[in-house]
Each structure stands twice: as structure tokens, then as C-alpha cells.
Design a protein around this ligand. Sequence first.
Ligand code: GLN
Length: 481
Amino acid sequence: MFSFISILQYQQELSQNTTSCREAVQHYLERIESGKRLNAFTEVYSKEAMERAAQLDQQRKDGLPARKLHGVVIAIKDVLCYKDHTVTAASRILKDFTSVYTSTAVQRLLDEDAIIIGSCNCDEFAMGSTNENSVYGNVLNALDETKVPGGSSGGSAVAVQAGLCMASLGSDTGGSVRQPADFCGITGFKPSYGRISRYGLIAYASSFDQVGIFGTAIEDIDLLLKVMSGPDAFDSTALQNTLPEYSLAMVPDKRYRVAYFPEALEHPSLDKEIRHSIYHTLEQLRAAGNPVSAVSFNLLDYVVPAYYVLTTAEASSNLSRYDGIRFGYRTPAGTYDDLGGFYKKTRSEGFGKEVQRRIMLGTFVLSAGYYDAYFHKALQVRRMLVNKTMDLFREYDVLVLPTSPVTAFPIGDKSGDPIAVYLSDIYTVFANLTGIPGIALPLYRHSNGMPFGLQAMANKEDDVTLLQFSKYIMGNYRLNQ
Ligand code: GLN
């Protein structure tokens, strides 16, 4: 019986011939089949995954050296292009669209001999927090199938949560990796903006978007990050520096200067048990010799409005390409009078409600009469937040926050109240507005039975410190709760 603990352990087993890539893929295909009702996948590449597994098994038999992700079974969110495979962003407007090239993130996984097992369900164009905005329907939280898995990368989160793959990719524009990780009880990492190339990632809000990683062991996330990161000629916003090879192996008895925002922990929207657990961990950190300080943050109430003004503005521009002419869904001939009518019909039929709402909001905040009042103001807030992070990380190594104010809630509970859903992004959007890395670490369980985690952030480009801290936390605190 195949079981997975970490990539390192799997690869050791492969080299000892106690398992094979075929056995691993077979195992995941069976689990995906028996977990079909979770609706985590939009497509499963069964045949080609099995074929690739057989090739890799043969390569080991032939004594060829194994690459870094040899046989690692990975699922990707349906917003990442993979040549000759369907990519739809869970939208009707891209239904049956086939990628004509492969995203850099996926290409780098393939180059290290990873096996891509399928694409995962998500909120349409990565807009949402519940996975209820998908043309393929809801994804179910495997721990309680009446609850949402979070979003927008809900399918990728459940794929790891339910053991349907070893690790998965999502995208995080405002929390879409960290929040579903929190709701599902797994680890979700959003690297610094630019750490992983966005080439081939379907754009939602380009100055926020970042590929993120779901996994079990911090070492696995670290390995995937190192494989995918680095400069890319196809994305000028990709960071130019590369990460040190053995950064996690070298974590000594390091202590961390930890900051937290009292305004965040005292926010009225935060669930009491979540607040209590985070304070408790901060106490434990302090007791273990890490200086922990409260740092005042008076801009908390501005982060969600600034995020929704800026991201919808960028989305309204990015999504203008879906016009029914160049690619994707097209309204049937004879149902419109002129070109304007054609665009309107195509886009009204092709985009779901939430995406339409955001395109309209974004168009509004960019319009001549409102640009200064909304878009420009939000840019100013963003600048102030960036200044805040520069000050903060001069004195501290990490910032600790909750990930979400609540645990996973019942499907349908908030579907009629978009503002309530937007407001629940209060703890995650800060990292995207400022470009710093953030991670959700699965530490706790609520008395309602659902998991939740601690979120940590570090300075821009300092993904290494964040992963070192994560390893420290998971090693020291997981069992102490
Ligand atoms: N919930 C946020 C939103 O709806 C996050 C989206 C994301 O990170 N892709 O915009």
C-alpha cells in the first residue's frame, strides 16, 4: 500500500525499489476516482501520467540519475497554461480552450521530472474565497463535505488535503493559497511577488498575482519553490536573484524577532478561539526565547478596500481580452445586431456574476470622474503599506497574523453577501499589496471541528527566512497545541 510522507522519503523509497512511480500514480488515480464527489479536479491526465511514470521507472532501472522532482505527483490550478491541455480559469468564457504554450512554473516542474496528474477546480478567474464561483460547481472540503474548502484555489487545496497528489500549485492574488490552506488544514505558501514567473498564469491582477504552493512538509514546499523560482526572460517582473540551495538544512538554533499587530488580533471580526490560539503561540514563542513585540498598525481597515479597488481595476483591463473574437466562448451567430451587441452578449454569457461585478467595479474606479477618488487613493494606501513593511522588517524577522477571521463555513452560507466575503480577506491581502511572502501553517483545530492555522509573513524577497521560521514553528508547536 503506497503512502506519502514527504518527497525526500518517497525518493528514498524509489531508490530502494520499495515503491515505483507507477505505484504512486496508480494510488493517486484511484484516490481521485474514489474522491470524485469532492470535485477537486477539472481534468485528470490519467493516461499520460501513467506513461510518464513508466518512463521514469525505466530510467531508474537503466541507472540514469534522478532529477530533483523525479516522479513527484503534482496537480495544478486551472489557471496555469500547460501546452496541449485545457485551461479555462473555471470560466465558461474559456470552456474547452487549449493552451498553446506551457507556463514557466509548470515547465520547470516538468524539467525536473515531476508528473502532472491533472488540473484543479477554482473560483472563476481566481476571484473568490469559497470555490462557489466556478463553472464546474463547488469543491467540497474533505474534512466536512458540507463546508467550503476556501478559495480561490479550493481544488488545489483539497487535492493535497484529501491525499489526491503529493503537492499542488495554486495562485494567490489576495490570499487564494493561504486561505484555502487554512480552511483545509494544510500548508499554503505565497512567495514574494516575482519569486515565481507569472508567464503562462492567467492574469487576474498582474501586480498582485503570484503562483503559490500547497504541500505537506515545509521541505517539499521549499524544494518546489527552488525549482520554479529564478529569472525568466518571459516575465520582466520575475526576481533576478536565485535562492540559496540548502537554506532549510542550515537552520541552526536561530531565534526570530516576531512582530504582531494588536489591531489585527483584537479585530471584532476575528473568531475568539482563533484569537486565543494565536496569542497562545506568541506566548510559546516568547517563552522559547524569541522576542515578540506588538507593533501598532492603524491602516488595517484600509487594506481590503484598497485591495478591491486596485485588483478590480487591473482585472477590468486584463479581462478585456475575452471578447469572443480572439479565443474562447462566442455567442451564437444571428443573436446580435452589431459588434457592440456581440461583445455584450458574449461577455454576459461567458462570465459569471462575480467576474462581471468585478469588471464593472474596476471600470468604475478607473473612469475619469472617479479615478482620483478611488484608484489614486488606493495607490496611496498601497504606498503607505509598503513603507510600513520597510519599517517593520528593519526591526523584525517575521510578522504573525491569523489567516482568516473564521474557519470554513457551510456551502451557500455567504453566497448572497459578497461584501462579507471580501471583508474576510482582511488578513491575507496585506502580503499581496506589499509583495511580501506569506504562509499559512496548519497548527490548530477549532471546537467546531474545523482546522485553522497561523499566518506568517517576512520581508520582501526574504522567502528563505519565512520558510526557516515555518520549519521552526511546525517542528516546535504543532504537537503542543
Ligand atoms: N479572495 C480574494 C479575492 O476574491 C483572493 C483571490 C485570489 O487570491 N486569487 O480576490
